[in-house]
Design a protein around this ligand. Structure first.
Ligand SMILES: COc1nc(N)nc2c1ncn2[C@H]1C[C@H](O)[C@@H](COP(=O)(O)OP(=O)(O)OP(=O)(O)O)O1
Length: 153
């Protein structure tokens, strides 16, 4: 299984998303995250990826684990597990990097048409402040063929 982190910076004024400029997910808006490196905990990887992709620095105490997303694909493709964190406080300046272009969005205007297809299903739960556990199954065309989402108040 491939394990990823995903950090969403959420303030009263809006949500910070990043436009992926290269590689996997290029052209899509998403939170900030990536793979876990050898010797790192999940939260250490989340903090590192947030910094590498947006320029900002969070402490462990600034991140709240709020979701798990499992994804499985047609036979032969490795399934994903994504650990989702909310970040409400950080230090430093938001910077565009080689990999990501960060931008604030009003939570009423999330660019779902330019995000991974399953985001419109789990984002509203994330935005409601409820912890969740979601699973998505995709077909060979990348369409969602089955999903479940369990909320944990
Ligand atoms: C397939 O559906 C996905 N949906 C959502 N919402 N997010 C996804 C999906 N697939 C991947 N992601 C997220 C998980 C991570 O936060 C990033 C992928 O990170 P990347 O592959 O760029 O990992 P890095 O470690 O940064 O890789 P490089 O260092 O090789 O650039 O997207």
């Amino acid at each position: 299984m491939k394990i990823f982190t995903l950090v969403l910076v959420l303030k009263e004024s809006g949500i910070l998303l990043g436009l992926k400029k290269r590689g996997f997910g290029e052209g899509k808006w998403n939170g900030f995250g990536g793979k876990i490196e050898s010797g790192e905990s999940v939260i250490q990887a989340a903090i590192r990826e947030l910094h590498e992709e947006s320029g900002i620095m969070a402490q462990e105490s600034n991140l709240t684990k709020c979701g798990i997303i499992n994804m499985d694909f047609p036979t032969g493709e490795i399934p994903f597990k994504i650990h989702v964190f909310r970040c409400s406080e950080y230090k430093g300046e938001i910077l565009e990097t080689e990999e990501m272009k960060p931008q604030w969005f009003d939570v009423q205007h999330i660019p779902y048409d330019l995000m991974w297809s399953e985001a419109r299903i789990w984002f509203p739960v994330f935005l409601s402040g409820t912890s969740f556990h979601a699973s998505f199954s995709f077909n060979a065309l990348g369409d969602i063929i089955k999903h479940t989402i369990t909320q944990k108040p």
